[in-house]
Design a protein around this ligand. Sequence first.
Ligand code: FS2
Ligand code: SF4
Length: 554
Amino acid sequence: MFCFQCEQTINGKGCTAKGKCGKTAEVSALQDLLIEQLKHLNSVVHHAKENDVKPVTTYSDHFNLEGLFATLTNVNFDEKRFQKYLHKGEKLIETYLKNGGEKLKSVLHENGIQTADFSYSKPLKELIKTGKEFQIDLTEEKRPVTFTKELIMYGLKGGAAYLDHARLLGYEDTSLYHYLSEALQKLSLPVSEFSLESLLEFALQTGNWNLSCMELLNRANTESYGHPEITTVSTTPVDGKCILVSGHDLRDLKLLLEQTDGMGINVYTHGEMLPGNSYPELKKYSHLKGNYGGAWQDQVTEFAKFPGPILMTTNCLVPPPKKYSKRVFTRSSVGYENLKHIEGDDFSELIKVAKKEKGFKNTKKLALKDIIVGFGMNQTLALADLIIDAVKEGAIKHFFLIGGCDGAEKERNYFEKLAEKTPKDTVILTLACGKYRFNKKDLGVIEFKGNKIPRVLDVGQCNDAYSAIQIALALANAFDTDVNSLPLSFAISWFEQKAVSILLTLLHLGIKNIFLGPALPAFIDPSVLDVLVKLFGIRPIGDVDEDLKLMLKN
Ligand code: FS2
Ligand code: SF4
Protein backbone atom coordinates (compact mmCIF):
# COMPACT_ATOMS: atom_id res chain seq x y z
CA MET A 1 0.00 0.00 0.00
CA PHE A 2 0.97 3.61 -0.29
CA CYS A 3 -0.99 6.41 1.34
CA PHE A 4 0.20 9.89 2.26
CA GLN A 5 -3.05 11.79 2.38
CA CYS A 6 -2.89 12.91 6.01
CA GLU A 7 -0.43 14.72 8.21
CA GLN A 8 0.50 11.73 10.38
CA THR A 9 1.74 9.70 7.43
CA ILE A 10 4.70 7.57 8.50
CA ASN A 11 8.07 9.43 8.54
CA GLY A 12 6.36 12.31 6.78
CA LYS A 13 6.59 10.30 3.53
CA GLY A 14 3.87 7.65 3.30
CA CYS A 15 2.27 4.66 5.02
CA THR A 16 3.40 1.51 3.24
CA ALA A 17 2.72 -1.56 5.39
CA LYS A 18 -0.20 -0.33 7.47
CA GLY A 19 -1.64 3.13 8.05
CA LYS A 20 -0.71 4.94 11.22
CA CYS A 21 -4.48 5.57 11.40
CA GLY A 22 -5.07 1.82 11.55
CA LYS A 23 -6.02 1.42 7.87
CA THR A 24 -4.93 -2.00 6.62
CA ALA A 25 -3.18 -2.65 3.30
CA GLU A 26 -6.39 -4.43 2.19
CA VAL A 27 -8.64 -1.45 2.92
CA SER A 28 -6.08 0.83 1.32
CA ALA A 29 -6.25 -1.24 -1.89
CA LEU A 30 -10.06 -1.14 -1.84
CA GLN A 31 -9.98 2.64 -1.38
CA ASP A 32 -7.55 2.98 -4.30
CA LEU A 33 -9.91 0.87 -6.42
CA LEU A 34 -12.93 2.95 -5.37
CA ILE A 35 -11.10 6.18 -6.32
CA GLU A 36 -10.21 4.58 -9.66
CA GLN A 37 -13.85 3.59 -10.13
CA LEU A 38 -15.05 7.12 -9.34
CA LYS A 39 -12.70 8.46 -12.03
CA HIS A 40 -13.98 5.81 -14.45
CA LEU A 41 -17.65 6.47 -13.64
CA ASN A 42 -17.25 10.22 -14.08
CA SER A 43 -15.44 9.78 -17.39
CA VAL A 44 -18.46 7.81 -18.56
CA VAL A 45 -20.78 10.51 -17.14
CA HIS A 46 -18.74 13.24 -18.88
CA HIS A 47 -19.13 11.64 -22.30
CA ALA A 48 -22.75 10.68 -21.59
CA LYS A 49 -23.56 14.33 -20.86
CA GLU A 50 -21.73 15.50 -23.96
CA ASN A 51 -23.79 13.06 -26.00
CA ASP A 52 -27.04 13.96 -24.32
CA VAL A 53 -27.59 10.61 -22.66
CA LYS A 54 -30.17 11.07 -19.92
CA PRO A 55 -29.51 8.54 -17.18
CA VAL A 56 -29.31 8.74 -13.39
CA THR A 57 -27.09 11.78 -12.88
CA THR A 58 -28.36 12.49 -9.37
CA TYR A 59 -27.46 9.02 -8.16
CA SER A 60 -23.97 9.19 -9.55
CA ASP A 61 -23.64 12.63 -7.92
CA HIS A 62 -24.67 11.16 -4.57
CA PHE A 63 -22.39 8.20 -5.12
CA ASN A 64 -19.47 10.59 -5.75
CA LEU A 65 -20.09 12.13 -2.33
CA GLU A 66 -20.42 8.94 -0.35
CA GLY A 67 -17.55 7.23 -2.16
CA LEU A 68 -15.11 10.09 -1.64
CA PHE A 69 -16.23 10.65 1.95
CA ALA A 70 -15.60 6.98 2.78
CA THR A 71 -11.93 7.35 1.76
CA LEU A 72 -11.16 10.29 4.06
CA THR A 73 -8.78 9.64 6.92
CA ASN A 74 -10.40 7.99 9.96
CA VAL A 75 -13.76 7.43 8.28
CA ASN A 76 -14.20 3.89 6.98
CA PHE A 77 -12.07 0.83 7.74
CA ASP A 78 -14.60 -1.82 6.70
CA GLU A 79 -13.69 -4.03 3.71
CA LYS A 80 -17.28 -5.19 3.16
CA ARG A 81 -18.59 -1.66 2.97
CA PHE A 82 -16.05 -0.88 0.24
CA GLN A 83 -17.14 -4.00 -1.61
CA LYS A 84 -20.72 -2.66 -1.50
CA TYR A 85 -19.62 0.75 -2.79
CA LEU A 86 -17.78 -0.91 -5.67
CA HIS A 87 -20.83 -2.96 -6.61
CA LYS A 88 -23.01 0.12 -6.50
CA GLY A 89 -20.55 2.07 -8.68
CA GLU A 90 -20.46 -0.72 -11.23
CA LYS A 91 -24.26 -0.73 -11.49
CA LEU A 92 -24.20 3.02 -12.17
CA ILE A 93 -21.64 2.61 -14.95
CA GLU A 94 -23.72 -0.17 -16.45
CA THR A 95 -26.86 1.98 -16.36
CA TYR A 96 -25.13 4.78 -18.25
CA LEU A 97 -23.83 2.30 -20.81
CA LYS A 98 -27.28 0.77 -21.23
CA ASN A 99 -28.94 4.16 -21.67
CA GLY A 100 -26.20 5.43 -23.97
CA GLY A 101 -26.34 2.40 -26.26
CA GLU A 102 -23.83 1.80 -29.05
CA LYS A 103 -23.31 5.51 -29.65
CA LEU A 104 -21.95 6.14 -26.15
CA LYS A 105 -19.89 2.96 -26.25
CA SER A 106 -18.14 3.98 -29.42
CA VAL A 107 -17.34 7.47 -28.00
CA LEU A 108 -15.94 5.83 -24.88
CA HIS A 109 -13.84 3.44 -26.98
CA GLU A 110 -12.46 6.36 -28.97
CA ASN A 111 -11.40 7.92 -25.69
CA GLY A 112 -9.86 4.74 -24.33
CA ILE A 113 -12.50 4.31 -21.59
CA GLN A 114 -13.34 0.76 -20.54
CA THR A 115 -16.88 -0.42 -21.30
CA ALA A 116 -16.70 -4.11 -20.38
CA ASP A 117 -14.98 -6.62 -18.08
CA PHE A 118 -14.98 -4.37 -15.06
CA SER A 119 -12.98 -5.34 -12.02
CA TYR A 120 -15.57 -4.09 -9.56
CA SER A 121 -17.85 -7.04 -8.83
CA LYS A 122 -15.36 -9.74 -8.00
CA PRO A 123 -15.05 -11.49 -4.64
CA LEU A 124 -13.36 -9.38 -1.95
CA LYS A 125 -9.96 -11.05 -2.27
CA GLU A 126 -9.80 -10.33 -5.98
CA LEU A 127 -10.99 -6.76 -5.52
CA ILE A 128 -8.11 -6.22 -3.10
CA LYS A 129 -5.69 -7.74 -5.60
CA THR A 130 -6.97 -5.45 -8.37
CA GLY A 131 -6.93 -2.42 -6.05
CA LYS A 132 -3.20 -2.93 -5.51
CA GLU A 133 -2.66 -2.14 -9.18
CA PHE A 134 -3.99 1.37 -8.63
CA GLN A 135 -1.59 2.46 -5.94
CA ILE A 136 -0.19 5.99 -6.48
CA ASP A 137 2.53 5.96 -9.13
CA LEU A 138 5.73 7.22 -7.47
CA THR A 139 7.84 7.41 -10.64
CA GLU A 140 10.37 10.16 -9.92
CA GLU A 141 9.95 12.27 -13.08
CA LYS A 142 6.16 12.23 -12.85
CA ARG A 143 6.10 13.29 -9.19
CA PRO A 144 5.29 17.02 -9.37
CA VAL A 145 2.23 16.31 -11.53
CA THR A 146 1.18 13.07 -9.76
CA PHE A 147 1.45 14.70 -6.35
CA THR A 148 -0.47 17.81 -7.43
CA LYS A 149 -3.23 15.61 -8.84
CA GLU A 150 -3.41 14.02 -5.38
CA LEU A 151 -3.54 17.47 -3.74
CA ILE A 152 -6.59 18.22 -5.89
CA MET A 153 -8.15 14.83 -5.12
CA TYR A 154 -7.82 15.49 -1.37
CA GLY A 155 -9.36 18.93 -1.84
CA LEU A 156 -12.29 17.26 -3.61
CA LYS A 157 -12.67 14.72 -0.81
CA GLY A 158 -13.05 17.47 1.81
CA GLY A 159 -15.60 19.43 -0.23
CA ALA A 160 -17.51 16.21 -0.99
CA ALA A 161 -17.88 15.58 2.75
CA TYR A 162 -19.37 19.07 3.19
CA LEU A 163 -21.74 18.55 0.25
CA ASP A 164 -22.86 15.26 1.76
CA HIS A 165 -23.78 16.95 5.07
CA ALA A 166 -25.72 19.62 3.18
CA ARG A 167 -27.47 16.97 1.06
CA LEU A 168 -28.70 15.14 4.17
CA LEU A 169 -30.40 18.39 5.21
CA GLY A 170 -32.02 18.68 1.77
CA TYR A 171 -29.61 21.28 0.35
CA GLU A 172 -28.12 20.46 -3.04
CA ASP A 173 -26.59 22.44 -5.86
CA THR A 174 -26.25 20.80 -9.26
CA SER A 175 -23.48 23.18 -10.34
CA LEU A 176 -21.34 22.01 -7.39
CA TYR A 177 -22.06 18.38 -8.29
CA HIS A 178 -21.15 19.16 -11.88
CA TYR A 179 -17.77 20.62 -10.85
CA LEU A 180 -17.01 17.54 -8.76
CA SER A 181 -17.94 15.15 -11.55
CA GLU A 182 -15.90 17.02 -14.15
CA ALA A 183 -12.95 17.29 -11.77
CA LEU A 184 -12.99 13.52 -11.16
CA GLN A 185 -13.10 12.98 -14.91
CA LYS A 186 -10.14 15.30 -15.43
CA LEU A 187 -8.15 13.52 -12.74
CA SER A 188 -8.64 10.28 -14.69
CA LEU A 189 -6.43 11.66 -17.47
CA PRO A 190 -2.76 10.64 -17.56
CA VAL A 191 -0.04 12.96 -16.19
CA SER A 192 1.07 13.75 -19.74
CA GLU A 193 -2.17 15.75 -20.19
CA PHE A 194 -1.23 18.28 -17.50
CA SER A 195 1.25 21.06 -17.00
CA LEU A 196 2.11 22.07 -13.45
CA GLU A 197 0.66 25.54 -14.12
CA SER A 198 -2.67 24.11 -15.28
CA LEU A 199 -2.82 21.88 -12.21
CA LEU A 200 -2.14 24.76 -9.82
CA GLU A 201 -4.95 26.66 -11.48
CA PHE A 202 -7.14 23.55 -11.08
CA ALA A 203 -6.20 23.34 -7.38
CA LEU A 204 -7.20 26.98 -6.79
CA GLN A 205 -10.48 26.47 -8.66
CA THR A 206 -11.11 23.53 -6.35
CA GLY A 207 -10.55 25.92 -3.43
CA ASN A 208 -13.19 28.20 -4.94
CA TRP A 209 -15.56 25.26 -5.33
CA ASN A 210 -14.97 24.27 -1.70
CA LEU A 211 -15.85 27.81 -0.59
CA SER A 212 -19.24 27.31 -2.26
CA CYS A 213 -19.59 23.85 -0.66
CA MET A 214 -18.97 25.37 2.78
CA GLU A 215 -21.38 28.20 2.00
CA LEU A 216 -24.09 25.69 1.06
CA LEU A 217 -23.49 23.75 4.27
CA ASN A 218 -23.56 26.95 6.29
CA ARG A 219 -26.95 27.74 4.75
CA ALA A 220 -28.17 24.19 5.38
CA ASN A 221 -27.11 24.26 9.04
CA THR A 222 -28.32 27.76 9.87
CA GLU A 223 -31.64 27.55 7.98
CA SER A 224 -32.32 24.20 9.66
CA TYR A 225 -31.19 24.98 13.20
CA GLY A 226 -30.85 28.78 13.44
CA HIS A 227 -27.69 30.87 13.71
CA PRO A 228 -25.22 29.90 16.44
CA GLU A 229 -25.49 32.04 19.58
CA ILE A 230 -22.93 32.70 22.30
CA THR A 231 -23.34 29.71 24.61
CA THR A 232 -21.52 28.51 27.70
CA VAL A 233 -21.07 24.77 27.37
CA SER A 234 -20.60 22.67 30.47
CA THR A 235 -17.97 19.95 30.32
CA THR A 236 -18.99 18.53 33.68
CA PRO A 237 -21.25 15.50 33.17
CA VAL A 238 -24.39 15.11 35.24
CA ASP A 239 -25.67 11.95 36.89
CA GLY A 240 -27.82 9.79 34.65
CA LYS A 241 -27.97 7.68 31.50
CA CYS A 242 -26.09 9.15 28.58
CA ILE A 243 -25.25 9.12 24.87
CA LEU A 244 -22.19 10.69 23.22
CA VAL A 245 -22.37 12.15 19.69
CA SER A 246 -19.18 12.82 17.75
CA GLY A 247 -18.35 14.06 14.24
CA HIS A 248 -19.76 16.92 12.19
CA ASP A 249 -23.32 15.89 11.31
CA LEU A 250 -25.74 18.23 13.13
CA ARG A 251 -28.75 16.42 11.65
CA ASP A 252 -27.84 13.24 13.53
CA LEU A 253 -27.58 15.24 16.76
CA LYS A 254 -31.02 16.70 16.12
CA LEU A 255 -32.57 13.27 15.38
CA LEU A 256 -31.09 11.81 18.51
CA LEU A 257 -32.28 14.73 20.66
CA GLU A 258 -35.80 14.30 19.28
CA GLN A 259 -35.81 10.55 19.83
CA THR A 260 -34.51 10.76 23.42
CA ASP A 261 -36.69 13.70 24.45
CA GLY A 262 -38.41 13.02 27.78
CA MET A 263 -36.65 9.67 28.30
CA GLY A 264 -34.31 10.82 31.05
CA ILE A 265 -31.27 10.11 28.84
CA ASN A 266 -28.73 12.92 28.54
CA VAL A 267 -26.88 13.71 25.32
CA TYR A 268 -23.30 15.03 25.17
CA THR A 269 -21.31 16.31 22.22
CA HIS A 270 -17.76 15.21 21.46
CA GLY A 271 -14.98 16.57 19.22
CA GLU A 272 -16.28 18.52 16.23
CA MET A 273 -19.89 18.24 17.49
CA LEU A 274 -19.16 20.81 20.26
CA PRO A 275 -20.59 23.78 18.25
CA GLY A 276 -23.91 21.86 18.11
CA ASN A 277 -24.55 23.30 21.59
CA SER A 278 -24.85 26.82 20.15
CA TYR A 279 -27.62 26.27 17.54
CA PRO A 280 -31.05 27.44 18.84
CA GLU A 281 -32.91 24.41 17.45
CA LEU A 282 -30.47 22.04 19.16
CA LYS A 283 -29.70 23.86 22.42
CA LYS A 284 -33.41 24.12 23.20
CA TYR A 285 -33.36 20.48 24.34
CA SER A 286 -32.67 20.48 28.06
CA HIS A 287 -31.19 16.98 27.89
CA LEU A 288 -28.34 18.27 25.68
CA LYS A 289 -26.06 18.58 28.69
CA GLY A 290 -22.79 19.79 27.23
CA ASN A 291 -19.53 18.45 25.86
CA TYR A 292 -17.52 15.42 26.92
CA GLY A 293 -13.81 14.94 26.23
CA GLY A 294 -11.43 16.67 23.87
CA ALA A 295 -10.18 16.22 20.32
CA TRP A 296 -10.36 12.98 18.34
CA GLN A 297 -6.93 11.58 19.20
CA ASP A 298 -7.89 11.23 22.89
CA GLN A 299 -10.97 9.11 22.19
CA VAL A 300 -9.54 5.71 23.13
CA THR A 301 -9.07 6.82 26.75
CA GLU A 302 -12.17 8.99 26.86
CA PHE A 303 -14.63 6.61 25.15
CA ALA A 304 -13.50 3.78 27.44
CA LYS A 305 -14.64 5.88 30.41
CA PHE A 306 -17.90 7.09 28.88
CA PRO A 307 -20.73 5.11 30.53
CA GLY A 308 -23.05 4.95 27.52
CA PRO A 309 -23.19 4.42 23.74
CA ILE A 310 -21.23 6.57 21.30
CA LEU A 311 -22.42 7.69 17.86
CA MET A 312 -19.73 8.45 15.26
CA THR A 313 -21.47 10.56 12.64
CA THR A 314 -18.31 11.32 10.59
CA ASN A 315 -14.53 11.39 11.04
CA CYS A 316 -12.49 11.05 13.13
CA LEU A 317 -12.89 7.42 14.22
CA VAL A 318 -9.92 5.71 15.85
CA PRO A 319 -10.10 1.89 15.58
CA PRO A 320 -11.96 1.04 18.79
CA PRO A 321 -10.52 -1.55 21.18
CA LYS A 322 -12.80 -4.37 22.34
CA LYS A 323 -13.34 -2.84 25.77
CA TYR A 324 -15.81 -0.34 24.32
CA SER A 325 -16.39 -1.29 20.66
CA LYS A 326 -19.82 -2.78 21.45
CA ARG A 327 -20.96 0.68 22.50
CA VAL A 328 -19.89 2.43 19.27
CA PHE A 329 -22.37 3.01 16.43
CA THR A 330 -21.49 4.43 13.01
CA ARG A 331 -23.44 6.56 10.52
CA SER A 332 -23.34 7.48 6.83
CA SER A 333 -19.85 6.94 5.36
CA VAL A 334 -18.27 5.88 8.66
CA GLY A 335 -17.53 2.19 9.02
CA TYR A 336 -15.52 -0.32 11.00
CA GLU A 337 -15.84 -4.08 10.96
CA ASN A 338 -18.25 -5.38 13.61
CA LEU A 339 -19.42 -1.94 14.75
CA LYS A 340 -23.16 -1.44 14.47
CA HIS A 341 -24.00 0.79 11.51
CA ILE A 342 -27.29 2.69 11.65
CA GLU A 343 -29.00 3.07 8.27
CA GLY A 344 -32.15 5.17 8.15
CA ASP A 345 -33.13 7.50 10.97
CA ASP A 346 -34.16 5.12 13.73
CA PHE A 347 -31.82 5.30 16.73
CA SER A 348 -33.81 2.89 18.93
CA GLU A 349 -31.06 0.27 19.03
CA LEU A 350 -28.57 2.83 20.30
CA ILE A 351 -31.09 4.19 22.82
CA LYS A 352 -31.60 0.64 24.13
CA VAL A 353 -27.86 0.43 24.84
CA ALA A 354 -28.02 3.79 26.66
CA LYS A 355 -30.76 2.42 28.92
CA LYS A 356 -28.71 -0.69 29.68
CA GLU A 357 -25.37 1.03 30.35
CA LYS A 358 -24.49 2.45 33.76
CA GLY A 359 -24.66 6.16 32.99
CA PHE A 360 -22.84 8.79 35.05
CA LYS A 361 -22.87 8.59 38.86
CA ASN A 362 -21.39 10.84 41.55
CA THR A 363 -20.44 13.58 39.12
CA LYS A 364 -21.05 16.51 41.50
CA LYS A 365 -17.47 16.73 42.68
CA LEU A 366 -16.00 17.01 39.16
CA ALA A 367 -16.64 20.73 38.37
CA LEU A 368 -14.72 20.90 35.07
CA LYS A 369 -14.09 24.08 33.09
CA ASP A 370 -16.83 25.41 30.79
CA ILE A 371 -16.23 26.30 27.12
CA ILE A 372 -17.75 29.32 25.37
CA VAL A 373 -18.88 28.69 21.79
CA GLY A 374 -21.19 30.24 19.21
CA PHE A 375 -19.20 32.96 17.44
CA GLY A 376 -20.47 32.07 13.99
CA MET A 377 -20.65 34.77 11.38
CA ASN A 378 -24.03 36.21 12.42
CA GLN A 379 -23.19 36.40 16.10
CA THR A 380 -19.72 37.86 15.53
CA LEU A 381 -20.91 40.35 12.93
CA ALA A 382 -23.60 41.47 15.40
CA LEU A 383 -20.64 42.61 17.52
CA ALA A 384 -18.88 44.15 14.50
CA ASP A 385 -19.44 47.80 15.47
CA LEU A 386 -17.98 47.18 18.92
CA ILE A 387 -15.01 45.24 17.51
CA ILE A 388 -14.29 47.84 14.81
CA ASP A 389 -14.48 50.61 17.41
CA ALA A 390 -12.10 48.66 19.65
CA VAL A 391 -9.64 48.31 16.75
CA LYS A 392 -9.89 52.03 15.90
CA GLU A 393 -9.25 53.03 19.49
CA GLY A 394 -6.36 50.60 19.88
CA ALA A 395 -8.03 48.23 22.37
CA ILE A 396 -7.66 45.39 19.84
CA LYS A 397 -4.30 45.43 18.07
CA HIS A 398 -4.28 42.20 16.13
CA PHE A 399 -6.40 39.18 15.15
CA PHE A 400 -5.21 35.60 14.80
CA LEU A 401 -6.95 32.71 13.17
CA ILE A 402 -5.54 29.72 15.05
CA GLY A 403 -7.51 26.75 13.88
CA GLY A 404 -7.70 23.48 12.04
CA CYS A 405 -7.26 19.91 13.09
CA ASP A 406 -5.77 18.38 16.18
CA GLY A 407 -3.67 15.24 16.33
CA ALA A 408 -1.34 13.30 18.58
CA GLU A 409 2.02 14.79 17.57
CA LYS A 410 3.81 16.79 20.23
CA GLU A 411 4.69 19.44 17.60
CA ARG A 412 1.03 20.47 17.73
CA ASN A 413 1.80 22.10 21.11
CA TYR A 414 2.95 24.98 18.92
CA PHE A 415 -0.67 26.06 18.43
CA GLU A 416 -1.37 25.91 22.16
CA LYS A 417 1.75 27.93 22.99
CA LEU A 418 1.00 30.41 20.24
CA ALA A 419 -2.50 31.01 21.62
CA GLU A 420 -1.08 31.42 25.14
CA LYS A 421 1.61 33.84 24.01
CA THR A 422 -0.59 36.13 21.92
CA PRO A 423 -0.66 39.60 23.55
CA LYS A 424 -3.62 40.46 25.78
CA ASP A 425 -4.85 43.12 23.37
CA THR A 426 -5.38 40.63 20.54
CA VAL A 427 -8.30 38.39 19.57
CA ILE A 428 -8.11 34.75 18.46
CA LEU A 429 -10.66 33.33 16.04
CA THR A 430 -10.63 29.56 16.20
CA LEU A 431 -12.40 26.60 14.58
CA ALA A 432 -12.31 22.81 14.14
CA CYS A 433 -10.89 20.35 16.65
CA GLY A 434 -7.47 22.04 16.96
CA LYS A 435 -9.07 24.48 19.42
CA TYR A 436 -9.18 21.83 22.17
CA ARG A 437 -5.52 22.68 22.70
CA PHE A 438 -6.55 25.97 24.31
CA ASN A 439 -10.33 26.32 24.60
CA LYS A 440 -10.44 25.52 28.29
CA LYS A 441 -7.67 27.98 29.15
CA ASP A 442 -8.56 31.33 30.56
CA LEU A 443 -7.05 33.71 27.99
CA GLY A 444 -9.12 36.58 29.34
CA VAL A 445 -11.30 39.30 27.85
CA ILE A 446 -10.72 42.71 26.32
CA GLU A 447 -12.48 45.36 28.37
CA PHE A 448 -13.75 48.12 26.14
CA LYS A 449 -16.33 50.80 26.90
CA GLY A 450 -17.99 48.71 29.59
CA ASN A 451 -18.02 45.56 27.40
CA LYS A 452 -16.03 42.40 27.82
CA ILE A 453 -14.94 41.00 24.45
CA PRO A 454 -13.72 37.39 24.89
CA ARG A 455 -10.19 36.94 23.55
CA VAL A 456 -11.07 33.57 22.03
CA LEU A 457 -13.97 33.50 19.59
CA ASP A 458 -14.96 29.93 18.67
CA VAL A 459 -16.37 30.16 15.15
CA GLY A 460 -17.38 26.46 14.98
CA GLN A 461 -16.47 23.33 13.03
CA CYS A 462 -13.87 23.11 10.25
CA ASN A 463 -16.57 23.88 7.64
CA ASP A 464 -17.30 27.09 9.55
CA ALA A 465 -14.08 28.36 8.00
CA TYR A 466 -16.75 29.86 5.75
CA SER A 467 -17.92 32.02 8.69
CA ALA A 468 -14.33 32.97 9.60
CA ILE A 469 -13.74 34.08 6.00
CA GLN A 470 -16.92 36.21 6.05
CA ILE A 471 -15.81 37.81 9.33
CA ALA A 472 -12.39 38.61 7.82
CA LEU A 473 -14.01 40.04 4.66
CA ALA A 474 -16.38 42.18 6.76
CA LEU A 475 -13.44 43.56 8.76
CA ALA A 476 -11.54 44.30 5.55
CA ASN A 477 -14.61 46.05 4.20
CA ALA A 478 -15.03 48.13 7.36
CA PHE A 479 -11.43 49.31 7.12
CA ASP A 480 -11.65 49.78 3.37
CA THR A 481 -8.81 47.39 2.69
CA ASP A 482 -8.21 43.73 1.75
CA VAL A 483 -7.81 40.73 4.06
CA ASN A 484 -4.01 40.65 3.59
CA SER A 485 -3.72 44.26 4.78
CA LEU A 486 -5.65 43.60 8.00
CA PRO A 487 -3.79 43.05 11.27
CA LEU A 488 -4.74 39.37 10.92
CA SER A 489 -2.48 36.30 10.92
CA PHE A 490 -3.35 32.73 9.99
CA ALA A 491 -1.85 29.75 11.83
CA ILE A 492 -3.41 26.59 10.44
CA SER A 493 -2.94 23.12 11.89
CA TRP A 494 -3.87 20.52 9.33
CA PHE A 495 -4.46 16.80 9.65
CA GLU A 496 -6.90 15.41 7.12
CA GLN A 497 -8.40 16.25 3.74
CA LYS A 498 -11.04 18.74 4.86
CA ALA A 499 -8.16 20.92 6.01
CA VAL A 500 -6.61 20.52 2.55
CA SER A 501 -9.83 21.83 0.96
CA ILE A 502 -9.86 24.79 3.35
CA LEU A 503 -6.22 25.58 2.62
CA LEU A 504 -7.01 25.61 -1.13
CA THR A 505 -9.94 27.94 -0.39
CA LEU A 506 -7.70 30.37 1.51
CA LEU A 507 -5.17 30.32 -1.33
CA HIS A 508 -7.92 30.85 -3.89
CA LEU A 509 -8.93 33.95 -1.90
CA GLY A 510 -5.35 35.17 -2.22
CA ILE A 511 -4.64 34.97 1.52
CA LYS A 512 -0.93 35.28 2.09
CA ASN A 513 1.64 34.36 4.74
CA ILE A 514 -0.25 31.40 6.23
CA PHE A 515 1.76 29.55 8.87
CA LEU A 516 1.07 25.85 8.27
CA GLY A 517 1.92 22.90 10.48
CA PRO A 518 2.82 20.82 12.28
CA ALA A 519 4.51 19.45 9.11
CA LEU A 520 3.98 20.34 5.48
CA PRO A 521 1.93 17.84 3.43
CA ALA A 522 4.02 14.99 1.98
CA PHE A 523 2.04 15.32 -1.28
CA ILE A 524 3.24 18.85 -1.93
CA ASP A 525 6.22 18.35 -4.21
CA PRO A 526 9.19 20.70 -3.53
CA SER A 527 8.71 22.33 -6.95
CA VAL A 528 5.08 23.08 -6.09
CA LEU A 529 6.03 24.31 -2.62
CA ASP A 530 8.43 26.79 -4.24
CA VAL A 531 5.57 28.21 -6.28
CA LEU A 532 3.28 28.39 -3.23
CA VAL A 533 5.98 30.18 -1.25
CA LYS A 534 6.59 32.64 -4.08
CA LEU A 535 2.92 33.33 -4.78
CA PHE A 536 1.44 33.12 -1.30
CA GLY A 537 4.29 33.32 1.19
CA ILE A 538 3.03 30.07 2.74
CA ARG A 539 5.47 28.87 5.40
CA PRO A 540 5.99 25.99 7.81
CA ILE A 541 5.57 26.77 11.50
CA GLY A 542 8.86 27.23 13.35
CA ASP A 543 9.78 28.73 16.68
CA VAL A 544 6.67 30.12 18.40
CA ASP A 545 8.29 33.36 19.60
CA GLU A 546 9.96 34.10 16.28
CA ASP A 547 6.76 33.33 14.36
CA LEU A 548 4.70 35.48 16.72
CA LYS A 549 7.06 38.41 16.16
CA LEU A 550 6.68 38.01 12.41
CA MET A 551 2.90 37.74 12.68
CA LEU A 552 2.63 40.91 14.74
CA LYS A 553 4.94 42.76 12.34
CA ASN A 554 2.78 42.00 9.30
FE1 FS2 B 1 -10.80 17.27 13.53
FE2 FS2 B 1 -11.08 15.11 12.50
FE3 FS2 B 1 -13.01 18.73 11.46
FE4 FS2 B 1 -11.02 17.01 10.90
S1 FS2 B 1 -12.31 15.79 14.25
S2 FS2 B 1 -9.28 16.32 12.29
O1 FS2 B 1 -12.08 15.39 10.85
O2 FS2 B 1 -12.63 17.76 10.06
O3 FS2 B 1 -11.37 18.48 12.03
FE1 SF4 C 1 -1.33 6.83 6.67
FE2 SF4 C 1 -2.90 8.96 6.96
FE3 SF4 C 1 -3.19 7.34 4.87
FE4 SF4 C 1 -3.90 6.54 7.33
S1 SF4 C 1 -4.82 8.18 6.08
S2 SF4 C 1 -2.78 5.34 5.81
S3 SF4 C 1 -2.29 7.51 8.55
S4 SF4 C 1 -1.42 8.63 5.34
